[in-house]
Write a protein that binds this ligand. Structure first.
Ligand code: C2E
Ligand code: CA
Ligand code: CA
Ligand code: CA
Length: 274
């Protein structure tokens, strides 16, 4: 509806109350959705320049009884505020490990999951990851955790310690949406990272010289620190060409694959790539 667009910025009391009610309803629905298993994961492959699949990112989906698909961009922040994100994160972790167990390493080399800062800051987060990985008997390096710069803001040293423990377990660590957060280049060296993911917003505006310069800088830094770099949100041939010219070698985006169901992923992983 029109009222949900930009005009909301200048809204008045009644619509604010509606918004609050809507959020409360959504929150209790989300609680129920977790219990009733109405959540699922979709999977988006990451590819190399030849289109070969090098990894997959798991993305949460909520199929609401009446509202249909609710975007994670809408319900993740809600789940963060209410604390439901912990349960949600544990559910995603279990599902991801099951998926890794079902599809062997030849077909599915690695699976990345998104970790919310709030879940990461739980005292037993590392133990939780360790239990999940050893319970599913999967090689830990096949599980990749995508953290955002948000996990580093409050207690950098705590976060670094936790990341080191996670590396001892053997899981992979990536910084997601790199470049949009508080992105201090100085902390990067201190982090036991495997991968940087260039935020989609930079890829989308690659024809802007500033954004192109940022992307090139991120790629140069990654190479310097021996990190893999994945460009997100690649949609066009032109973007891909520019990224390749800048030295990027891993890509994720609609140009290659949209997020898909587990069964569709199974088929894509079986198909010989050319
Ligand atoms: P993200 O981690 O940056 O995930 C990438 C988002 O970009 C996904 O949106 C994906 O569908 C979308 N995308 C991929 N390729 C393209 C492209 O070529 N063009 C465009 N326009 N979009 C593309 P999605 O699935 O709606 O997820 C939104 C955000 O919700 C994610 O951003 C992530 O921050 C969060 N999220 C999703 N699943 C989870 C989860 O399991 N746990 C947590 N904590 N957050 C999640
Ligand atoms: Ca992500
Ligand atoms: Ca991202
Ligand atoms: Ca993002």
């Amino acid at each position: 509806a029109k009222t949900q667009g930009r005009s909301r910025v200048c809204c008045y009391q009644p619509s604010m109350q509606l918004e609050v009610e809507r959020r409360l309803a959504l929150e209790s629905d989300l609680r129920r959705a977790i219990e009733q298993n109405r959540l699922s994961l979709h999977y988006q492959p990451q590819v190399d320049a030849e289109g070969g699949i090098v990894g997959v990112e798991a993305l949460l989906r909520w199929n609401h009884e009446t509202r249909g698909g609710v975007s994670p961009a809408e319900f993740i922040p809600l789940a963060e505020e209410s604390g439901l994100i912990i349960e949600l994160g544990e559910w995603v972790l279990r599902e991801a490990c099951q998926c890794l167990q079902r599809l062997d390493a030849d077909r599915l080399p690695r699976l990345s999951i998104n970790v919310s800062p709030r879940h990461f800051s739980e005292p037993d987060f590392v133990a939780c990851i360790e239990r999940a990985v050893s319970g599913a008997r999967i090689a830990p390096e096949r599980l990749m955790l995508e953290l955002t710069e948000g996990v580093l803001i409050d207690h950098l040293q705590d976060a670094v310690n936790k990341m080191q423990e996670l590396k001892r377990i053997g899981v992979g660590l990536a910084i997601d949406d790199f470049g949009v957060g508080y992105s201090s280049l100085s902390y990067l060296r201190r982090l036991p990272l495997d991968e940087l993911k260039i935020d989609r917003s930079f890829v989308q505006d690659l024809d802007d010289t500033n954004d192109a310069a940022i992307v090139q800088t991120i790629i140069a830094i990654s190479q310097h620190l021996a990190l893999d770099v994945v460009a997100e949100g690649v949609e066009t041939d032109q973007q891909l060409t520019l990224l390749i010219a800048s030295g990027c070698s891993r890509f994720q985006g609609y140009y290659f694959h949209r997020p898909m169901s587990l069964s569709a992923l199974g088929e894509v992983l079986l198909a010989p790539h050319c």
